[in-house]
Design a protein around this ligand. Structure first.
Ligand SMILES: Nc1ncnc2c1ncn2[C@@H]1O[C@H](COP(=O)(O)OP(=O)(O)OP(=O)(O)O)[C@@H](O)[C@H]1O
Ligand SMILES: Cc1ncsc1CCO
Ligand SMILES: [Mg+2]
Length: 267
């Protein structure tokens, strides 16, 4: 059996057998998230309608749910897909975009958390608020440092029995027992909309490839973004050129480079 113990090995395995990933994401993110998955080597499908989302979760290898542009009909699709994924034992990832902003979002996220996401990925303000803390988030944008969210992430991981990933200048991942920090990326990343949403979909792709190691898969996805982001920033004049350079850097990133450059440390 092939060993998938490093981010590079997981990236290689994903490209050898591209997983079908059902992404329920927002209108802003749909295009870039699908392109990110294709560049990384996965097969994205943006399927959210209540009439088919549950059925589709039966054929996909992983599911991701992002509440960025929420509506009642979308919630029905999210619920159906999450129930189908959980009952089939397939990994699913929750991205609680700006859940602290309105009662509608708060309630939707509470209901989704009850359906036991395998991974929760958010920015620092979102993770702090999920743990009941005072977050300074402004709409979808984080206004808190990741360091401030580390305790919240550990608490949330234990309570939900999920892997929790907090992204920002230095990312943090924990399953409640283990924890790591991942350095890299670029300050241009939060200047391009929906890169975090795209990363959530990529976490789903890695989780589909290595369902036996969800913590490792999450770290691999974040490390992939960190190194592709660093590479893309080298020649970027601003967020516009960064955006297309990022897709090129993702597609060009190979397993050896990823493993040689990833900066992952125990936290
Ligand atoms: N200041 C920074 N320096 C380096 N990398 C960063 C920085 N801020 C964010 N990133 C990286 O950007 C990616 C997206 O994370 P971010 O925290 O911006 O998500 P988000 O707030 O959910 O984004 P969005 O809601 O726009 O999709 C991650 O790979 C993260 O590591
Ligand atoms: C800008 C924006 N608004 C709702 S979702 C989204 C994408 C970044 O989260
Ligand atoms: Mg976000």
């Amino acid at each position: 059996m092939q060993t998938k113990t490093t981010p590079g090995a997981m990236l290689k395995a994903m490209r050898e057998k591209p997983p079908l990933v059902q992404c329920i994401t927002n209108y802003v993110a749909m295009n870039i998230a699908a392109n990110v998955l294709l560049a990384a080597g996965a097969s994205p499908a943006m399927v959210h309608a209540a009439e088919e989302a549950g059925e589709f979760a039966g054929i996909a290898s992983a599911l991701t749910i992002n509440i960025g542009t929420l509506s009642t009909q979308w919630i029905d699709g999210m619920q159906a897909a999450a129930k189908a994924a959980t009952s089939a034992g397939k990994p699913w990832v929750l991205d609680p975009v700006a859940h602290y902003a309105t009662a509608f979002r708060r309630n939707a996220v509470a209901d989704l958390l009850a359906l036991r996401p395998t991974v929760i990925r958010g920015n620092a303000s979102e993770i702090i608020a999920l743990a009941g803390g005072e977050s300074r988030g402004q709409g979808v944008d984080s206004r808190d440092p990741v360091k401030q969210a580390e305790g919240s992430a550990r608490w949330l991981a234990e309570r939900q029995r999920a892997v929790v990933a907090v992204t920002g200048a230095v990312d943090f991942v924990t399953d409640g027992e283990r924890a790591v920090r991942i350095e890299g990326g670029s300050a241009l990343m939060p200047q391009v909309t929906a890169l975090g949403c795209s990363l959530t979909c990529l976490v789903g792709a890695f989780a589909a490839t290595a369902p036996e190691d969800i913590f490792g898969a999450t770290v691999a996805a974040l490390s992939t973004f960190a190194i592709a982001g660093e590479e893309a920033a080298l020649g970027a004049a601003g967020p516009g050129s960064f955006s297309w350079r990022f897709l090129d850097a993702l597609a060009a990133l190979d397993a050896e480079t990823l493993d040689a450059r990833a900066r992952i440390s125990a936290a």
